[in-house]
Write a protein that binds this ligand. Structure first.
Ligand code: ZN
Ligand code: ZN
Length: 369
C-alpha cells in the first residue's frame, strides 16, 4: 500500500509551482484512492496560478480534469454512476464538482445546480491544507472523498482519449443541450479550442447539415477538419463581411441557424450576433473568465428576433454524457489527437506556461509516467 504522494503546489498566486510530498490519509468508508494517469492542464489552472478566481484557498494543488486507475478502496464498497462496484485497477474519471447540495435556493427553486452555493471543486476550491489534502490532479494520487461521482472509462478508450473530456466535453454537452440543435441545422462555431471542437463533434453527431469552424489559428482549423467540420473560416485572413457572405452561401442564403461562441474573447460576441440568421439562436459559453466589456447594438439582437443563451459550468449529467459520447464515437473522431503535449509532475510549471502561451491545444501532466 502506497503511503506518500508527490504533488505540484501553487504556494500563492504568481509564485512558481513547487513539488511537495504528502502523507496519503487512511481511506474512510466510501472513499477511494486514484492513481493519476493524466491531469489535464486547463485555462482555468493558469487563471488560478495568477490568482484570478475568487474563493480559492492557497496553497493549492491544481488539476480538475483527471483520469487514472483505482489504487485502493476504503472499508465500504464504492460504486460508479452506473451502479457498478469499483475495484482496484479500474480505469475511471470523476466529476470535479463535489457535493452539489440540491437543498439551496439555486438548486431547488432556480433549478440551476451549477450555481449551487455549496459546491466545492477538486483542484480549484478544495483546501489542500485540510484533510484529505490530495484534492488536485497535479499529484501522483488523488483522494476521492465519499460521494464523489465516478465514471468508468471503457477499455477501448485510451487515457488520452478520455482526457479530451476534461472540462471541454461537459461544457460542450451543456451548451448544445441549451440550444435548439436538430438534424439538418447549419451551425457555426466561434473558436476551435477544445470546447469549440467538442461542440462541432456534437453537431456532427446530431446530424447538422453544415458545421463551420471560425478561428485564427491555422493548426486548430486543420485539426477541426480532421474532426469532420464541413467548412473553416480563418478570421485573420477574412473580413467580417467576407465571413457573413460565406456563411450565407453555405446555408442557402440565410446564415447559420445556430452560432456557438467558445472563444474566451469578448470581441466574438458582437460578431456572433452579426453572423447568426434572423430568428436564429446564439449560445455563449466561452466567457467563463472576464475578458472585458464590449460594445453591442441591442437593436440588432431585437430586430433579428434572436434567441440568446449562456451556459455556466457543468452538471454530473454532462460529464457522464461526455464520457459516453467519446466512448460511443471513439473510432469516428481522433479524440487522442487533442492531447498535444505531455509533462512530468516536475515540469508542471512548464505545462502551465505552454497552456498560457497557447503552444499546446491540450497539455496533460503525467505524474506517474
Ligand atoms: Zn445547492
Ligand atoms: Zn478545466
Amino acid at each position: 500500500m502506497v503511503t506518500k504522494s508527490r504533488a505540484a503546489v501553487i504556494p500563492k498566486p504568481n509564485a512558481p509551482l513547487i513539488i511537495q510530498e504528502f502523507e496519503i490519509p487512511e481511506l474512510t468508508p466510501g472513499a477511494a484512492l486514484l492513481k493519476v494517469a493524466n491531469a489535464g492542464v486547463c485555462g482555468t489552472d493558469v487563471h488560478l496560478w495568477h490568482g484570478k478566481l475568487a474563493g480559492v484557498p492557497y496553497p493549492l494543488i491544481p488539476g480538475h480534469e483527471v483520469v487514472g486507475t483505482i489504487e485502493a478502496i476504503g472499508p465500504r464498497p464504492v460504486k460508479d454512476l452506473d451502479g457498478n462496484v469499483l475495484k482496484p485497477g479500474d480505469r475511471v474519471t470523476f466529476h470535479d464538482v463535489y457535493n452539489t447540495c440540491y437543498r439551496c435556493w439555486n438548486c431547488l427553486i432556480a433549478k440551476a445546480p451549477t450555481k449551487c452555493t455549496n459546491r466545492t471543486v477538486y483542484g480549484i476550491t478544495m483546501d489542500s491544507q485540510k484533510h484529505p489534502h490530495l484534492i488536485g490532479g497535479y499529484s501522483e494520487y488523488v483522494y476521492l472523498s465519499p460521494g464523489t461521482h465516478i465514471i468508468k472509462i471503457p477499455e477501448h478508450v485510451s487515457f488520452d482519449g478520455a482526457s479530451a473530456v476534461g472540462c471541454a466535453m461537459p461544457t460542450a454537452v451543456h451548451t448544445v443541450l441549451r440550444s435548439p440543435l436538430t438534424w439538418g441545422a447549419n451551425v457555426a462555431v466561434q473558436g476551435a479550442g477544445p470546447v469549440g471542437l467538442m461542440i462541432a463533434v456534437l453537431a456532427i453527431i446530431n446530424g447538422a447539415a453544415t458545421v463551420t469552424m471560425l478561428d485564427q489559428a491555422k493548426n486548430r482549423l486543420e485539426l477541426a477538419k480532421k474532426f469532420g467540420v464541413t467548412h473553416t473560416l480563418n478570421i485573420a485572413e477574412t473580413s467580417l463581411e467576407d465571413r457573413k457572405q460565406k456563411l450565407m452561401d453555405i446555408s442557402g442564403g440565410h446564415g447559420p441557424d445556430i452560432v456557438y461562441e467558445a472563444t474566451g474573447n469578448a470581441r466574438a460576441i458582437p460578431e456572433g450576433i452579426e453572423l447568426v440568421r434572423e430568428g436564429g439562436s446564439y449560445t455563449i459559453c466561452g466567457q467563463y473568465t472576464d475578458s472585458g466589456t464590449i460594445e453591442i447594438n441591442p437593436h440588432l439582437m431585437n430586430r433579428k428576433h434572436l434567441d440568446i443563451k449562456t451556459v455556466w459550468g457543468s452538471e454530473t449529467l454532462h460529464v457522464y454524457k461526455g464520457v459516453k459520447t467519446i466512448a460511443d464515437n471513439y473510432h469516428r473522431f481522433p479524440f487522442d489527437d487533442l492531447v498535444t503535449h505531455k509533462f512530468s509532475l516536475d515540469d508542471a510549471q512548464k505545462a502551465l506556461d505552454a497552456q498560457e502561451s497557447h503552444v499546446s491545444l491540450k497539455a496533460v501532466i503525467q505524474p506517474n509516467a
